[in-house]
Design a binder for this molecule. Structure first.
Ligand SMILES: O=C(O)C(=O)c1ccccc1S
Ligand SMILES: [Mn+2]
Length: 257
């Protein structure tokens, strides 16, 4: 049997499962909140145009109002100043959008410390157990944070010092960007950077290094607990917004059961 019919047969039999890693997009979907005077993105909103009425007797449709970085979304290199000469979201290589997924589970560490930062040693330990990070693949950080996803206050987890959410240590971000074979890094939190990343050197170091290396980010992922450490195939479907810095995306994974 050639390959694609075998994949379809495996989907039919349940030998391969499609897992949805996407946060539903609605007005309550949590978004990043930057402090004044910085600009902030818009929450998602539907604006009804007609619903089988005199505005449109046989059809229902809406305008959508959203930021590029609302909900589960893809960060393009051009999003950050270090990637300003890089690719926009419409130019994402197709093999970045269909690629292997490596999942590193730091749920216990994050439960103990919401300001947990992924270090190079954590990734090295993962590689010692599961083999090298996949060439051209995604490193997805499973933190358990998506369990807070229906409570915007808990998801932001902010106090007078700002948000307390997990992320990547600056040196690990640099290493992932400049020395690892991955094409992108994904998180369950509202952004790829930790909540305290505004105080890092460089600030927002995950964006700084990853975008500067023409790599990609994925945020607000869910159901990473349903993926194996290795072997899943990630499918990322952003809108091809010409000139865009990012886009809401439907993110799926194919998983062998
Ligand atoms: O890319 C994002 O959604 C994101 O996290 C972000 C956006 C703009 C400024 C800072 C950050 S940290
Ligand atoms: Mn973003």
């Amino acid at each position: 049997m050639s390959v694609l019919p075998a994949v379809l047969a495996a989907l039919d039999s349940g030998a391969v499962e499609v897992v949805d890693l996407t946060t539903p997009l609605q007005e309550s979907t949590p978004i990043l909140q930057l402090p004044p005077p910085l600009a902030n993105t818009s929450p998602f909103r539907l604006e009804e145009l007609s619903r089988y009425d005199d505005r449109g007797p046989a059809w229902y449709w809406n305008d959508i109002h959203t930021g590029e970085h609302t909900g589960t979304h893809l960060d393009a290199p051009i999003h950050w100043v270090t990637g300003k000469d890089g690719l926009d979201v419409s130019q994402a290589p197709l093999r970045t959008l269909v690629a292997p997924a490596a999942v590193i589970d730091v749920t216990a560490e994050v439960a103990a410390d919401p300001d947990f930062l992924l270090q190079i040693d954590h990734v090295r330990a993962w590689e010692a157990e599961h083999g090298p990070l996949p060439d051209g693949g995604w490193l997805l950080m499973r933190s358990g944070w998506s369990a807070r996803g229906d409570d915007p206050v808990a998801f932001a987890n902010a106090d007078e010092d700002g948000p307390h959410t997990p992320g990547v240590a600056p040196e690990c971000a640099r290493w992932l960007a400049q020395e690892s074979p991955i094409t992108g890094f994904g998180t369950e939190t509202v952004g790829t950077d930790a909540g305290a990343a505004h105080g890092f050197d460089p600030p927002f170091s995950c964006h700084n290094y990853l975008m500067g290396a023409n790599k990609w980010g994925l945020t607000s992922l869910r159901n990473l607990d349903r993926l194996p450490a290795t072997g899943a195939l990630l499918i990322v479907s952003p809108l091809p917004i010409v000139g865009g810095s990012g886009s809401p995306a439907r993110v799926l994974a194919l998983v062998e059961r």
